[in-house]
Design a protein. Structure first.
Length: 86
C-alpha cells in the first residue's frame, strides 16, 4: 500500500492550533502597536502641539515624550470605557 502524498493530507489538530495561536498573536501585536503609537508629533522647534489634556490639566513631560495627548487620569478613564465596551 502506498503512502499518501504529504500535499494531499489535511493539517493535524496541532498544526491547526499552532496556526490559530499565531494568528491571534499577530492580531494582539498589531493592536498593541496601534495603541502605543504617538497621538501627536513634536514640532521642529521642540514644542508640542498639545500640552494640556482635554480636562485642562497639563500633560506631564514623560507622556509628552511618548506623543500622548491625555493626562494619566483621563487616559485611565478612556481605557476603562474601552474595556467596558468589549
Amino acid at each position: 500500500m502506498s503512502r499518501p502524498d504529504t500535499q494531499d493530507r489535511q493539517p493535524d489538530v496541532l498544526d491547526q492550533a499552532s496556526q490559530l495561536t499565531q494568528a491571534l498573536t499577530d492580531v494582539a501585536v498589531a493592536n498593541a502597536r496601534v495603541s502605543a503609537r504617538p497621538e501627536q508629533v513634536q514640532r521642529p522647534d521642540g514644542s508640542w502641539p498639545q500640552t494640556e489634556c482635554e480636562c485642562g490639566e497639563p500633560i506631564n513631560e514623560g507622556r509628552l515624550a511618548l506623543g500622548k495627548i491625555r493626562c494619566i487620569a483621563c487616559q485611565q478613564d478612556l481605557e476603562k470605557e474601552r474595556r467596558a465596551r468589549r
